[in-house]
Design a binder for this molecule. Sequence first.
Ligand code: GN1
Ligand code: MG
Length: 383
Amino acid sequence: MVYLHCIARKPKKDVDMIEQQIQEVCRRFCIVGEYQRYEVVNSGHINTTYRVFFLRNGGIKDYILQKVNTYVFNNPIEVMENISSVTEFIRKKIKEKQATAKRNVLHYAKTAENDYYTRTEDGGFWRCCRYIDDSICYEKTDDLKVIEESGIAFGEFQRYLADYPVEDLHIVIPHFHNTVWRYENFRTAIAEDVAGRAAAITAEIDGYFALEEIATLPYRKQKSGILPLRVTHNDTKMSNVLFDARTKEHLSVIDLDTVMPGLVAFDFGDAIRVAASTCEEDEKDLEKVSVDLAKFEAFAKGFVTALKTSMSEAEKDSLALGAIAMTAECGMRFLTDYLNGDKYFRIHYPDQNLVRARCHLVLAQDMVKHLDEMQKIIEKYYR
Ligand code: GN1
Ligand code: MG
């Protein structure tokens, strides 16, 4: 394919460094049109994300540019291989039933060298995808319809990929949802205590150990052959779904970095951690932290209905457990990072990882109390 390099430079003298780099990266991705401006997209704890605007044929075209965190993804080329292959697979399936998949699956741009990435001199690894027109995303919402739509989006995502050869995927982060391994890591962080923080948080540490048995159950069931591995998203928080800005129907699942072999319980559970919680991920007032069963039901309805034809009884039985496992695991990862001196998750204030960990502990404990109710709700939609 022939690409045109025709971005007009902004006639401003003091274009800042970031903007210069953004424009350079856009040129490499052969974006056609006149560069207008960029915005920083602040959601997400790992990559650095920008939305860039171009003027083309009298209208605005926008793109998402991301600088991939190579501390977290140390083989970013493999990340892009997974993403391009999975998005192509989904695109084909969607196009079998409708004229265009434009708004229903991500579309990454290629460089003139035919790569889905470019590297800048500072070692940055960049990628670029089209912004889906008239789309919005939510960090969280009380709108049960939107929550149900997010359930459909993640359920459909797994359904589209049900016959994707799972062994072909690169393992971009080994042991990502291996909760047993995550607990080992946690133990190491406590023992090493590099930031000298362990003594002050023994209650939180004990709280996470008390959840260990139940939290590791889905992973152990996979190891003993009860639960199958399939292609999963593995980072199914609410903000990773795009919705139509007007109708609020789901459009596409985004943030495909961690698409890897996993359990259906991981995707269900990680989504519940966010969508069915009564608060933000870092709520300080622990009185406000609990699982909202109406929200749980809305998500479960969408997810289970979309996926039930390709989900076994054993998988169905693991979903509510997955919510506990993913909430405990994520909270324990925040606490591990706090113990390690905040190296992994981006923080916006000093104790944020500890605050996140406390919030997740209370949420996971509340889910344990409501396990039977959650299970009953799932049964209702599986029938
Ligand atoms: C990270 O980058 P982001 O915000 O999509 C993390 C997830 C956590 C999540 C917690 C690669 O996701 O595993 O669940 O933060 N992603 C990675 O909000 O570690
Ligand atoms: Mg992510």
